[in-house]
Design a protein around this ligand. Sequence first.
Ligand code: GLV
Ligand code: MN
Ligand code: MN
Length: 415
Amino acid sequence: MTITDLRINGDRLKGTLETMATIGATPGGGVQRLALSDEDKRARDLFVKWLEELHLEITVDEMGSIFGKRAGKRNDLPPVMSGSHIDSQPKGGRFDGILGVMGPLEVLRTLHENSIDTERPIVIVDWTNEEGSRFAPAMVASGVWAGTLDRDWVYQRTDINGNKFVDELERIGYRGKAAANKWPVHAYYEYHIEQGPILQQEGKIIGAPKGILCLHWYDIYLEGEANQVGPTPMEGRHDALCAAAEMILKVNHLPQKMGGNMVATVGEIQNGPNSRNIIPDKVHFTVDIRSWDDDHALRGWDDLKADFKSIAARRGCPMRIEETWRVAHAPFAENLVRRVLDTAQELGYPSLHMVSGAGHDASYMNQIAPTSMIFVPSIDGRSHVEVENTRWEDCEAGANVLLHCILKSANEISG
Ligand code: GLV
Ligand code: MN
Ligand code: MN
């Protein structure tokens, strides 16, 4: 058998994904493995056990990211890296993130059982807290590792119950000793489900995104005046929830108003005191704006902020805005995007050049190393939901593309 005939074991990949899907399984058929939760810990422990079976050099860094290094023939050369995340959304799916960790694991198992040595080392990684839904923002571990986010700022972030990131990291036993500090990487590949409908619509199996949209996150805090809803006249109220309601519709309308490529979403809200017979006096909600054009997204935000200010003033609701997170759009390394497309063709899988609307650790990795991604179709374009699904044969196809992209990059001596 020549190396071009090598294929991963689709049944084994399915088995590892099914086993992982039992950790944090939800009644609706999804998973809930929030970052730094007990479920995250259990999945990490299993992942580490699987890395040990391959005799990899395992490192946990101070952000809790787990690295497994397979030596090459030339360990003086920068490695090829591949990974994604084990954490999930609340009531999330069985593929988001974990496919991009189990995929390269399956690649390493295939290389191991076939005794295939590569010139460069290969590193598999699980990045902590990609989702950002328990601890905002997202992609914090790759962001710190790449040198863009500040470790201590991330450590102090809290979840909705006031638990600190650093305390939860410590609690689950994954506050590692290694510095979260980038090293030279020859190529980074992230394997992921598409999370949108395009591949299925186009009848393609492999997506090669040219990059990822910019992501801007904001947190809005509004104050009102709480009072008994019955005796208090409608005139003169300072209802923080009504102010938020007006603002939320402005967010929903923004992409249409601005034109061009943009999406804008309010996904999270807390209302206080949250009682049906008290006028709300404390509301927090989030804003997520994405575009391929960073300036367009910023102009949209300026427009929105002006609307927010006038709504807050008219309703007499003081407002505080936190500009929580900004990641520039990430145009991937063209040679690696081309490699994904070429490899798909060599393996006989129809492919598509596209963009990623979802955020990934590949965004931060792209800031420090040549990066690209491999997408496989999401059935009916559903993701971040329990019904998220991808055909097993597509999972296998994507892992085969990953295998051969990794092999090509890991056997390059120069560059
Ligand atoms: C990551 O899951 C995102 O928000 O796109
Ligand atoms: Mn993901
Ligand atoms: Mn996600």
